[in-house]
Design a protein around this ligand. Structure first.
Ligand SMILES: [Mn+2]
Length: 369
């Protein structure tokens, strides 16, 4: 059934240094069965795909091509705006492109990676038929979806690690570009293995490090940033408020949703801080990112709670995302969101601006030569 193989597809991992979990071969067969029929095939990601999602889609596309001889479209519903993420597509030649909801409906076989139906961050609504779902996010109770094949592992730091194991089970050779995409996917989703990563992520990271193209990796990690990036960054700092050990920032004119996650990540490095939330207005919606230093911070649960009745939120224990619609009373809605964030993430604390004049004066250590 899965007869199509490239003549040169020799295993690049002789002896499998990576310990495959039990049932890896059976899962690969089930995945292939779910996609093995006639028709147009799409591998979809979040609307704003990150490096983990891009690597997942590239792996799945390769597996389906080598093992089933099927070509697939890699698609996302929004934009891929963050400079590093664009660079993954351009430098590593991943053929990902924007697809519309109408176009999605015309695909016969639909796979979703690094996201789940009904999350609100992708083109697949809860009631849409989907064939394959492979992800590492927690599935909230409200999201009861069905897929012919699914593999959800919240204990994995990167969904790329899950798909890497399929690639090993398929015994396929790994191109340098794909190895580089996988390495960067794991590196960025786990913040260099420092955030919610497990032993499988560590092994995959180590194995892929040797295969990744370091020059291309550097071009991606240091991709040029547009002026708008620094403008949004300045706005986010000006609006910063600290309450207890939580810092909250706001980007009133956000051109790129990825910026919200980036600011939340960056502010978590502020000393003495255990949780950060950044929210910003893109078009007629508010998007939010929450980060916590430890899993006890329960970013996903608290963000979900903060948006109860006004939007959607979820993700991981230390990193979460959410969104809400803005109606004609945008200012009121934004004030409500701000109040809810402080109520849930920093109860009993009074927010104070981060950049008060006395805080931005250089400390004596900086002045003395
Ligand atoms: Mn991910």
């Amino acid at each position: 059934m899965f007869a199509v193989r490239r003549p040169n597809s020799k295993p690049s991992n002789p002896g499998h240094p990576h310990h495959l979990p039990e049932g890896a071969a059976e899962r690969l067969d089930a995945l292939l069965r779910a996609c093995d029929r006639r028709g147009r095939l799409a591998v979809l990601m979040q609307d704003n795909p990150d490096p983990d999602a891009l690597a997942c889609a590239a792996i799945l596309r390769e597996i389906l091509y080598v093992r089933l001889g099927k070509r697939s479209t890699i698609g996302y519903g929004g934009i891929c705006g963050r400079a590093e993420n664009r660079a993954v597509i351009d430098v590593l030649k991943i053929p990902a492109r924007h697809v519309t909801a109408e176009e999605t409906a015309r695909f016969d076989i639909v796979c979703l990676v690094d996201a789940q139906p009904g999350f609100g961050n992708n083109l697949i609504a809860l009631d849409r038929r989907v064939d394959v779902v492979i992800d590492h996010h927690l599935t909230p109770k409200r999201c009861r979806w069905h897929a012919a094949f699914s593999d959800i592992r919240p204990q994995y730091g990167a969904a790329t690690t899950i798909l890497y194991e399929y690639l090993l089970a398929a015994d396929m050779s790994i191109s340098r570009n794909l190895a580089t995409a996988m390495f960067y996917g794991i590196q960025s989703d786990t913040q260099d293995l420092g955030r919610e990563s497990g032993s499988a992520d560590i092994r995959a990271y180590q194995e892929l490090f040797f295969q990744a193209d370091k020059r291309k990796l550097a071009r991606i990690q240091h991709a040029p940033l547009p002026k708008a990036y620094f403008k949004m960054f300045a706005e986010s700092l000006q609006s910063c408020e600290v309450a207890g050990t939580t810092v909250v920032s706001f980007i009133p004119h956000c051109f790129n949703r990825d910026m919200i996650a980036e600011v939340a990540d960056r502010l978590l490095r502020l000393e003495g801080i255990t949780a950060t939330i950044c929210y910003g207005v893109c078009g007629d919606r508010v998007y939010l990112s929450a980060r916590t230093r430890s899993p006890r911070g329960n970013a996903a649960g608290r963000l979900h709670e903060a948006l109860r009745g006004i939007g959607d939120g979820g993700g991981h224990l230390t990193m979460a995302g959410g969104q809400a619609a803005l109606n004609e009373h945008a200012d009121k809605r934004l004030a409500l969101i701000r109040a809810r964030i402080f109520e849930i993430f920093a109860p009993h604390h009074v927010p104070k601006p981060l950049l008060m004049p006395e805080h931005i004066e250089p400390s004596p250590d900086c002045i003395k030569k």
